[in-house]
Design a protein. Structure first.
Length: 252
C-alpha cells in the first residue's frame, strides 16, 4: 500500500482510536509508601505520564515511554496524588485523577506507616493522634511520664527522663542552690537544697576548743615566766644594793 494511503487510513482510524482510548490509575500502599500505576488503553503513543504527589503544581514524576503503563512511588505520608497522561501522537490529554488516600489513623489497626493505633482521639496517652508512639522529649506528657517539656535540660522543672524535678535528685535546678543527691543536712547542702557553705562546721568548734586550751596553757606559761623574771630582777637589784651598803660601812 502506498505511504499516502497508509497516512489516509491512519487519519481515518484516528478518531476511533481516540474514542477507544481510556486512562486508569490504581493506588497501592506498601512499606509506608504509596505507589501509583497508570494504564492507558488504546491510543497510539508514545505517551507521557505525570505524577503529582503533593498537589502543589509541580510534577514529582515525569515518565516518557512507548509503553501504555507507568508506575511512580511517592514519599511516605502523602495523602493526595494526581495522575495525568498524554498521547503525544493524537495529542489527547487524559483526564486528571485525584486520589485521596484514606486516613487510616484512628481505625484501631496498625497500618503501614503507623507506629501505633489505639482508635481514640486522646493525644495524651501512649499513642498520639498521628498514630505515633509517645516518646519522652516530644513535648506531650503521656503514659507513665510525669512531665514532658520537650527539651534535654536537667535544670528546669522536668528532667530529660520526663520525671519531675525534686530536691535530692542530684541535679541542681534553677531554684536550688545545690543538690548533692541526698536529703541530709550538715554535709554542705541542706535537705532543702540550700547551700551550707556559710554555716560553721561543728568539727571546727572542736578544733577551736582544742586550740583555745593550748593557747591558754601557752598564755599561762608566759605569765609565769614573766613573774619569775621580775622576781629575779628584784632579787638581783636587792643583792647589788646590799653589796654597795657593805662596802661603804667597811670604808668608815
Amino acid at each position: 500500500m502506498p505511504p499516502s494511503l497508509v497516512l489516509i487510513a491512519a487519519l481515518w482510524l484516528a478518531p476511533a482510536v481516540v474514542r477507544a482510548q481510556t486512562f486508569e490509575a490504581t493506588l497501592v500502599v506498601n512499606d509506608e509508601a504509596p505507589t501509583v500505576t497508570s494504564v492507558i488503553t488504546g491510543g497510539i503513543g508514545p505517551f507521557q505520564f505525570l505524577f503529582d504527589c503533593a498537589l502543589d503544581g509541580w510534577w514529582n514524576g515525569v515518565i516518557n515511554t512507548d509503553e501504555r503503563t507507568a508506575e511512580w512511588t511517592c514519599d511516605p505520608g502523602v495523602t493526595e496524588i494526581r495522575a495525568w497522561a498524554w498521547d503525544k501522537t493524537t495529542d489527547v490529554t487524559m483526564e486528571q485523577y485525584l486520589y485521596v488516600l484514606e486516613d487510616l489513623c484512628g481505625n484501631g489497626v496498625v497500618d503501614p506507616g503507623e507506629g501505633c493505633d489505639d482508635g481514640n482521639e486522646d493525644d495524651f496517652d501512649e499513642c498520639d493522634n498521628d498514630c505515633r508512639l509517645a516518646t519522652c522529649g516530644d513535648g506531650i506528657p503521656t503514659g507513665l511520664e510525669e512531665c514532658d517539656d520537650g527539651n534535654a535540660s536537667n535544670r528546669d522543672d522536668c528532667l530529660n527522663s520526663c520525671v519531675s524535678q525534686l530536691c535530692g535528685d542530684g541535679y541542681t535546678a534553677f531554684d536550688e542552690e545545690c543538690d548533692d543527691g541526698d536529703t541530709e543536712s550538715g554535709d554542705g547542702c541542706s535537705s532543702e537544697c540550700l547551700s551550707e557553705r556559710d554555716l560553721p562546721d561543728p568539727r571546727d568548734n572542736d578544733i577551736q576548743r582544742a586550740s583555745g586550751s593550748s593557747c591558754a596553757i601557752e598564755a599561762g606559761r608566759s605569765t609565769s615566766d614573766v613573774w619569775l623574771w621580775a622576781l629575779g630582777l628584784v632579787g638581783a637589784l636587792f643583792a647589788r644594793r646590799s653589796t654597795r651598803t657593805g662596802s661603804r660601812s667597811a670604808r668608815r
